[in-house]
Design a protein around this ligand. Structure first.
Ligand code: ZN
Length: 219
């Protein structure tokens, strides 16, 4: 499969915005891709926003982000306190926050939730991403969950076995508050990338996948 270089033609450090409704969403949905991108482009500049959290989960997501991003980019992590499970009812306030992100950071790529995600908080973030970033490449990541709704994303980032192992170890080591949940297991974190790896013939068998609704081509 022809691989597209995400940042080809850029003569400055690439910029990526990561948006997640809850602590661990970004890590789960695109943590492997982020590690691969940082290995290829160590100069990558990151802005990272988690919209809902509490003190315990904020500490966890900051610890995970530090491991994933390193010190310089981890300083750009914002963890907010919007009410968990009620994002549609807080859409006005969340939209105002989106405007402030747009004013401070002009990303080349936005990583966000799947716009048709069956979890209402994820869906709100996906919708407001499209509503706010209107001249940007947007990649929507997927989250395995009780609600179901996994589909067939068409954009793949192959990740090495070593990268996947590192992503899983960061998830398992840092998110202690989630370990009691039945779904929060290494098997879950390996299963979906394995399936997506099959779908893109990934060299080492693993990939993260994204929905991309608009892509402008050149040669
Ligand atoms: Zn979530």
């Amino acid at each position: 499969m022809l691989a597209v270089n995400l940042f080809s033609g850029l003569s400055r450090a690439p910029r990526c915005l990561f948006l997640g409704a809850h602590s661990d969403d970004i890590e789960l949905g695109c943590g492997g891709s982020l590690l691969e991108l940082l290995a290829l482009k160590p100069e990558l500049e990151v802005d990272w926003v988690v919209f809902s959290s509490n003190d315990v989960r904020e500490a966890e997501t900051r610890a995970a982000a530090l491991q994933l991003l390193g010190e310089k980019n981890a300083a750009r992590v914002e963890v907010l306190r919007f009410r968990n499970s009620f994002f549609p009812q807080q859409a006005t306030e969340i939209k105002e926050y989106f405007e402030s992100i747009k004013n401070r950071f002009d990303p080349d790529v936005v990583f966000t939730h799947f716009r048709d995600d069956l979890h209402q908080d994820h869906r709100t973030i996906g919708e407001l991403t499209w509503n706010t970033f209107r001249n940007h490449l947007i990649l929507e990541y997927e989250i395995p969950k009780y609600d179901g709704g996994l589909g067939s994303p068409g954009v793949f980032m192959p990740i090495s076995k070593q990268t996947l192992d590192r992503k899983i170890s960061i998830l398992m080591d840092t998110f202690a508050s989630q370990r009691s949940k039945g779904w929060f297991t290494e098997e879950t974190f390996r299963a979906l990338p394995r399936l997506r790896g099959i779908e893109c013939n990934a060299a080492e068998g693993f990939a993260e996948a994204f929905y991309c609704r608009k892509l402008s081509l050149t040669a």
